[in-house]
Design a protein. Structure first.
Length: 258
Protein backbone atom coordinates (compact mmCIF):
# COMPACT_ATOMS: atom_id res chain seq x y z
CA UNK A 1 0.00 0.00 0.00
CA UNK A 2 1.39 3.41 -0.96
CA UNK A 3 2.21 5.91 1.76
CA UNK A 4 -0.55 8.28 0.69
CA UNK A 5 -3.10 5.47 0.44
CA UNK A 6 -2.27 4.29 3.96
CA UNK A 7 -2.62 7.78 5.46
CA UNK A 8 -5.90 8.36 3.66
CA UNK A 9 -7.38 4.89 4.12
CA UNK A 10 -11.11 5.40 4.77
CA UNK A 11 -12.24 4.67 8.30
CA UNK A 12 -14.80 5.63 10.90
CA UNK A 13 -12.68 5.95 14.04
CA UNK A 14 -13.58 9.65 14.18
CA UNK A 15 -17.24 9.34 13.26
CA UNK A 16 -19.18 12.16 14.92
CA UNK A 17 -15.95 13.87 16.02
CA UNK A 18 -14.61 17.30 15.11
CA UNK A 19 -10.98 18.31 14.58
CA UNK A 20 -9.31 21.70 14.31
CA UNK A 21 -6.03 21.70 12.36
CA UNK A 22 -3.94 24.88 12.31
CA UNK A 23 -1.67 25.72 9.42
CA UNK A 24 -3.70 23.25 7.40
CA UNK A 25 -3.38 24.58 3.87
CA UNK A 26 -0.02 23.16 2.79
CA UNK A 27 2.42 20.29 3.23
CA UNK A 28 2.09 18.47 6.57
CA UNK A 29 -0.94 20.46 7.73
CA UNK A 30 -2.83 19.68 4.55
CA UNK A 31 -2.02 15.98 4.83
CA UNK A 32 -3.18 15.92 8.46
CA UNK A 33 -6.50 17.55 7.59
CA UNK A 34 -7.09 15.03 4.80
CA UNK A 35 -6.09 12.08 7.01
CA UNK A 36 -8.43 13.04 9.86
CA UNK A 37 -11.24 13.61 7.38
CA UNK A 38 -10.56 10.16 5.91
CA UNK A 39 -11.11 8.78 9.42
CA UNK A 40 -14.57 10.34 9.51
CA UNK A 41 -13.88 13.60 11.35
CA UNK A 42 -15.39 16.94 10.44
CA UNK A 43 -12.41 19.24 10.01
CA UNK A 44 -11.94 22.93 10.72
CA UNK A 45 -9.20 23.98 8.30
CA UNK A 46 -7.22 26.93 9.62
CA UNK A 47 -5.29 29.36 7.45
CA UNK A 48 -3.51 32.42 8.78
CA UNK A 49 -4.37 34.74 5.89
CA UNK A 50 -5.66 32.93 2.80
CA UNK A 51 -9.27 31.79 2.68
CA UNK A 52 -8.70 30.67 -0.90
CA UNK A 53 -5.95 28.26 0.18
CA UNK A 54 -8.21 26.84 2.87
CA UNK A 55 -11.08 26.38 0.45
CA UNK A 56 -8.90 24.17 -1.76
CA UNK A 57 -8.49 21.70 1.10
CA UNK A 58 -12.17 21.94 2.01
CA UNK A 59 -13.12 21.07 -1.56
CA UNK A 60 -10.84 18.03 -1.47
CA UNK A 61 -12.42 16.82 1.75
CA UNK A 62 -15.97 17.47 0.58
CA UNK A 63 -15.29 15.75 -2.75
CA UNK A 64 -14.25 12.64 -0.82
CA UNK A 65 -17.52 12.67 1.12
CA UNK A 66 -16.28 14.43 4.23
CA UNK A 67 -17.18 17.67 5.97
CA UNK A 68 -14.90 20.68 6.36
CA UNK A 69 -14.93 24.43 6.76
CA UNK A 70 -12.27 27.11 6.38
CA UNK A 71 -11.43 29.42 9.28
CA UNK A 72 -8.99 32.27 8.80
CA UNK A 73 -7.17 33.28 11.99
CA UNK A 74 -3.70 34.24 13.17
CA UNK A 75 -3.04 31.85 16.06
CA UNK A 76 -0.84 34.45 17.76
CA UNK A 77 -3.97 36.59 18.22
CA UNK A 78 -5.97 35.37 21.21
CA UNK A 79 -9.19 37.07 20.10
CA UNK A 80 -8.92 35.57 16.61
CA UNK A 81 -8.32 32.11 18.08
CA UNK A 82 -11.30 32.39 20.42
CA UNK A 83 -13.51 33.51 17.55
CA UNK A 84 -12.30 30.62 15.35
CA UNK A 85 -12.92 28.01 18.04
CA UNK A 86 -16.40 29.37 18.79
CA UNK A 87 -17.22 29.43 15.06
CA UNK A 88 -16.00 25.82 14.73
CA UNK A 89 -18.27 24.66 17.55
CA UNK A 90 -21.18 26.64 16.13
CA UNK A 91 -20.66 25.02 12.73
CA UNK A 92 -20.06 21.42 13.81
CA UNK A 93 -21.58 21.28 17.30
CA UNK A 94 -18.53 20.16 19.25
CA UNK A 95 -14.72 19.93 19.31
CA UNK A 96 -12.74 16.77 20.04
CA UNK A 97 -9.29 17.12 18.48
CA UNK A 98 -6.77 19.91 18.16
CA UNK A 99 -3.67 19.63 15.97
CA UNK A 100 -1.24 22.51 16.56
CA UNK A 101 0.73 22.70 13.35
CA UNK A 102 0.97 26.42 12.50
CA UNK A 103 4.55 27.65 12.43
CA UNK A 104 6.94 29.86 10.45
CA UNK A 105 10.25 28.82 8.93
CA UNK A 106 12.96 31.45 9.11
CA UNK A 107 16.73 31.15 8.94
CA UNK A 108 18.67 34.06 10.39
CA UNK A 109 22.10 34.10 12.02
CA UNK A 110 21.71 34.97 15.67
CA UNK A 111 23.97 38.01 15.24
CA UNK A 112 21.51 39.40 12.70
CA UNK A 113 18.31 38.31 14.45
CA UNK A 114 16.06 41.12 15.62
CA UNK A 115 13.98 40.90 18.76
CA UNK A 116 10.87 41.43 16.63
CA UNK A 117 11.72 38.35 14.57
CA UNK A 118 12.37 36.38 17.75
CA UNK A 119 9.03 37.48 19.23
CA UNK A 120 7.22 36.71 15.98
CA UNK A 121 8.38 33.09 15.89
CA UNK A 122 7.65 32.53 19.58
CA UNK A 123 4.30 34.28 19.22
CA UNK A 124 3.03 31.99 16.48
CA UNK A 125 4.29 28.71 17.93
CA UNK A 126 4.28 29.06 21.70
CA UNK A 127 1.77 31.86 22.32
CA UNK A 128 -0.40 30.33 19.61
CA UNK A 129 -0.31 26.94 21.32
CA UNK A 130 -1.35 28.55 24.60
CA UNK A 131 -4.25 30.43 22.99
CA UNK A 132 -5.46 27.32 21.15
CA UNK A 133 -5.30 24.98 24.13
CA UNK A 134 -7.08 27.48 26.37
CA UNK A 135 -9.83 28.14 23.83
CA UNK A 136 -10.43 24.47 23.03
CA UNK A 137 -10.29 23.14 26.59
CA UNK A 138 -13.87 23.96 27.70
CA UNK A 139 -15.30 22.33 24.60
CA UNK A 140 -13.21 19.18 24.99
CA UNK A 141 -14.26 18.94 28.63
CA UNK A 142 -17.88 19.26 27.53
CA UNK A 143 -17.32 16.51 24.94
CA UNK A 144 -16.03 14.18 27.66
CA UNK A 145 -12.40 14.21 26.52
CA UNK A 146 -10.25 14.72 23.49
CA UNK A 147 -6.81 14.67 21.91
CA UNK A 148 -4.26 17.41 21.34
CA UNK A 149 -1.26 16.85 19.08
CA UNK A 150 1.57 19.34 18.72
CA UNK A 151 4.06 19.31 15.84
CA UNK A 152 7.65 19.44 17.01
CA UNK A 153 10.91 18.79 15.19
CA UNK A 154 14.39 17.30 15.55
CA UNK A 155 15.87 20.73 16.25
CA UNK A 156 14.13 20.65 19.63
CA UNK A 157 17.17 18.80 21.01
CA UNK A 158 19.75 18.94 18.22
CA UNK A 159 19.50 22.65 17.60
CA UNK A 160 19.84 24.12 14.11
CA UNK A 161 22.23 26.67 12.69
CA UNK A 162 20.60 30.05 12.01
CA UNK A 163 17.40 28.86 13.69
CA UNK A 164 17.83 29.68 17.34
CA UNK A 165 14.21 30.84 17.58
CA UNK A 166 12.94 27.74 15.78
CA UNK A 167 14.93 25.42 18.04
CA UNK A 168 13.64 27.16 21.16
CA UNK A 169 9.98 26.92 20.18
CA UNK A 170 10.20 23.26 19.17
CA UNK A 171 11.85 22.43 22.49
CA UNK A 172 9.17 24.45 24.24
CA UNK A 173 6.45 22.44 22.54
CA UNK A 174 7.86 19.20 23.93
CA UNK A 175 7.78 20.64 27.45
CA UNK A 176 4.29 22.02 26.93
CA UNK A 177 3.10 18.66 25.64
CA UNK A 178 4.33 16.84 28.72
CA UNK A 179 2.98 19.39 31.18
CA UNK A 180 -0.40 19.61 29.48
CA UNK A 181 -0.67 15.81 29.46
CA UNK A 182 -0.43 15.89 33.25
CA UNK A 183 -2.75 18.86 33.72
CA UNK A 184 -5.45 17.64 31.34
CA UNK A 185 -5.48 13.92 32.14
CA UNK A 186 -8.22 14.57 34.70
CA UNK A 187 -10.47 15.61 31.82
CA UNK A 188 -9.65 12.53 29.70
CA UNK A 189 -7.71 14.74 27.29
CA UNK A 190 -4.55 13.19 25.87
CA UNK A 191 -1.67 15.39 24.67
CA UNK A 192 1.16 14.14 22.46
CA UNK A 193 3.78 15.50 20.10
CA UNK A 194 4.79 14.31 16.63
CA UNK A 195 8.34 15.27 15.72
CA UNK A 196 9.10 15.12 11.97
CA UNK A 197 12.57 14.78 10.51
CA UNK A 198 13.60 15.76 7.00
CA UNK A 199 10.43 15.99 4.92
CA UNK A 200 9.56 16.34 1.26
CA UNK A 201 7.91 19.71 1.67
CA UNK A 202 8.06 22.87 -0.41
CA UNK A 203 8.27 26.51 0.52
CA UNK A 204 5.47 28.84 -0.53
CA UNK A 205 5.24 29.04 -4.31
CA UNK A 206 7.52 26.05 -4.88
CA UNK A 207 6.65 22.64 -6.22
CA UNK A 208 8.02 19.29 -5.10
CA UNK A 209 9.61 17.80 -8.21
CA UNK A 210 11.20 14.64 -6.81
CA UNK A 211 9.35 12.13 -4.64
CA UNK A 212 10.83 10.50 -2.72
CA UNK A 213 13.93 12.65 -2.38
CA UNK A 214 17.19 10.87 -1.46
CA UNK A 215 19.01 11.87 1.70
CA UNK A 216 22.46 10.67 2.77
CA UNK A 217 21.83 11.81 6.34
CA UNK A 218 18.82 9.55 6.93
CA UNK A 219 19.46 5.84 7.60
CA UNK A 220 16.35 4.91 5.62
CA UNK A 221 17.91 6.74 2.67
CA UNK A 222 15.19 9.24 1.85
CA UNK A 223 13.22 12.17 3.13
CA UNK A 224 9.84 11.50 4.69
CA UNK A 225 6.49 12.27 3.14
CA UNK A 226 3.89 14.59 4.73
CA UNK A 227 1.46 11.66 4.67
CA UNK A 228 3.76 9.70 6.99
CA UNK A 229 3.54 12.47 9.57
CA UNK A 230 -0.22 12.66 9.04
CA UNK A 231 -0.53 8.92 9.69
CA UNK A 232 1.24 9.37 13.03
CA UNK A 233 -1.07 12.25 13.99
CA UNK A 234 -4.13 10.23 12.95
CA UNK A 235 -2.98 7.37 15.19
CA UNK A 236 -2.40 9.64 18.20
CA UNK A 237 -5.85 11.17 17.81
CA UNK A 238 -7.54 7.78 17.48
CA UNK A 239 -8.96 5.36 20.07
CA UNK A 240 -6.08 3.02 19.17
CA UNK A 241 -3.79 5.29 21.23
CA UNK A 242 -6.16 5.66 24.18
CA UNK A 243 -3.44 4.99 26.78
CA UNK A 244 -0.77 7.17 25.17
CA UNK A 245 -0.24 10.68 26.50
CA UNK A 246 2.68 12.98 27.17
CA UNK A 247 4.80 11.28 24.51
CA UNK A 248 6.83 12.44 21.51
CA UNK A 249 6.58 10.23 18.43
CA UNK A 250 9.59 10.72 16.15
CA UNK A 251 9.01 10.36 12.42
CA UNK A 252 12.55 10.77 11.07
CA UNK A 253 13.74 7.56 9.42
CA UNK A 254 16.12 6.82 12.34
CA UNK A 255 18.08 10.02 11.71
CA UNK A 256 17.82 10.88 15.40
CA UNK A 257 16.78 8.68 18.30
CA UNK A 258 16.19 10.02 21.80
Amino acid sequence: MAIQDAALQPGNEFKGKVALVTGATRNIGRSIALALAAGGASVAVNSRVSREAGEKIVKEINAAGGQAETFVADVADAKAVNAMVEATVKKFGRLDMLVINASVRKQTPFADMSFDEWKGILGITLDGSFHLAKACLPHMIKAGGGAIVTLGGMMALSGAKNRVHGSVVKHGLVGMTRALALDLAQYNIRVNCVSPGQMNTAAAGEEITERPSPSKNVPLGRKGEPEEVAAAVRFLCSPASSFISGQTLHVNGAQMMY
